[in-house]
Design a protein around this ligand. Structure first.
Ligand SMILES: *Cc1c(COP(=O)(O)O)cnc(C)c1O
Length: 431
């Protein structure tokens, strides 16, 4: 063993730049996979079997979803939590409870998962895109003000990648302009803004527990709020319009709605996964910071900056920008290919959502023309430019959260792989 360890450390000392990239026939930086996701064991098995054997599989009869709601509200620091079928339905429920409907405008970022936009369209509201702050990858507050109108009813910022968006600026715009903030915290479990957990600061905060997320039950979601009436409207909406049951079940309706309920099985999984969350978050944070300290030294690699108010980054994604001109013109696609060949799975992230062709179809639809009128839609089209976001999409590189759950040496390998690619960038660019 000692000989192996000595051999390894000798190998480490060979400068990364002296070794050939895997794409040019060298040995890859690593062959073993990064930590797998999800992480589970005894607590999950116990929780799932408990629900199974109770024969109470839905939230109407069991108490597991309610227990989860109580502990998640406590964890995030909000008064109320409503569990939902997924993050998309948490967002949809929040918009419904806020009364967002046809004729309303909602300011959204173009750099997010598509669900953030889809839920606005599902309410027949008009999504208005604010540009991205290219340094932080978050929605740019300056651009939010610029695209608002008297019809703006809500701002729907995303805490992208698990870092917090600029909540000071956004909440101050919202209160000045008399509209609400609904936080899309689907990637930001345990992230903080000035010491408060995100998702507890706006009118509502929405989380996803989809399989890739830092807290996961395969599918699942939650909406948090501090407003007692708001959560009751949300409950009814997610329960086919039926208000929270008081005595005997009856068939009266508070509103219209859908069935967006979470199952008891998912509640049990979440309670078990929650026990691991804080420890995992700490490890991601430690590794994420370490990685940033090293990557910031590489000319042409710019880790996403976090705002001073972001006191904790959940690192759902580790994000940085790649400058091809500092890598002998090696394209982003070429860089990603070289990185993957080194055993470092990385992705190029989102495409600019404000340019999605399906949006134009919606804007041209009968319903949207009837609701908003040709003049407003023409203006929307003319205004729909997000140049900083376009540039970000062409430069962004992502690593996923599970890659931050291993030893520090994993971070060093990521850095060495990039250094190796950089040293051989001219040859890689030609190939
Ligand atoms: C995952 C995600 C959603 C949607 O959550 P689902 O649980 O997949 O429906 C919404 N917004 C963002 C930013 C997300 O990352």
């Amino acid at each position: 063993m000692a000989a192996v360890a000595a051999g390894l450390s000798a190998l480490r000392k060979v400068r990364a730049s002296d070794r050939k990239p895997a794409l040019l026939g060298g040995a890859p930086m690593r062959r073993e996979p990064f930590p797998s996701w999800p992480v589970f064991g005894e607590p999950e098995e116990r929780g799932l079997l408990g629900v199974l054997r109770s024969a109470k599989w839905g939230r109407g009869s069991g108490k597991t979803v309610e227990a989860f709601e109580e502990s998640y509200a406590k964890l995030v620091g909000a008064r109320y939590c409503l569990a939902t079928a997924n993050g998309t339905s948490a967002l949809l429920t929040a918009l419904a409870a806020a009364g967002i409907e046809a004729g309303d405008e909602v300011v959204v970022p173009p750099y997010t998962f598509i669900a953030t936009i889809n839920v606005v369209l599902m309410r027949h509201a008009l999504p208005v895109f604010a540009d991205t702050d290219i340094e932080t990858f978050q929605i740019d507050p300056k651009s939010i003000e610029a695209v608002m109108s008297p019809r703006t009813a809500a701002i729907l910022p995303v805490h992208l990648g698990g870092a917090a968006c600029d909540l000071d600026a956004i909440t101050s715009i919202a209160s000045r302009r008399n509209c609400i903030v609904i936080e899309d915290a689907c990637q930001a479990h345990l992230a903080e803004w000035r010491g408060r957990r995100v998702g507890s600061i706006g009118k509502a905060g929405c989380f996803s527990f989809q399989a890739s997320k830092n807290l996961n039950s395969g599918e699942g979601g939650a909406m948090l709020t501090n407003d007692a009436q708001f959560v009751e409207r949300a409950f009814a909406f997610h329960n086919n319009g039926r208000a929270r049951r008081t005595a005997a079940p009856d068939f009266t309706y508070a509103s219209y709605g859908a069935n967006l309920r979470l199952t008891e099985f998912q509640g049990a999984l979440l309670l078990a996964q929650m026990e691991r969350l804080e420890r995992q978050a700490r490890q991601r944070d430690e590794n994420g910071r370490y990685l940033t300290s090293m990557l910031a030294e590489i000319d042409g690699i710019r880790p996403a900056r976090t705002y001073a108010g972001c006191t904790r980054n959940a690192y759902h994604l580790y994000m940085f920008r790649y400058d091809a001109s500092r890598f002998a013109g090696l394209s982003k696609a070429g860089f990603l290919k070289a990185l993957r060949a080194e055993g470092i799975p990385a992705s190029g992230g989102y495409a600019p959502l404000n340019r999605e062709p399906f949006l134009e179809q919606v804007i041209q639809s009968k319903g949207y023309r009837a609701i908003y009128g040709e003049a407003r839609l023409k203006q929307w089209r003319e205004q729909n430019h997000c140049p900083a976001n376009d540039r970000l999409c062409s430069e962004a590189i992502w690593l996923t959260q599970n890659m931050l759950l291993g030893p520090r040496s994993d971070m060093e390998q990521i850095v060495e792989a990039i250094q190796k690619i950089k040293a051989h960038a001219p040859a890689l660019a030609k190939g």
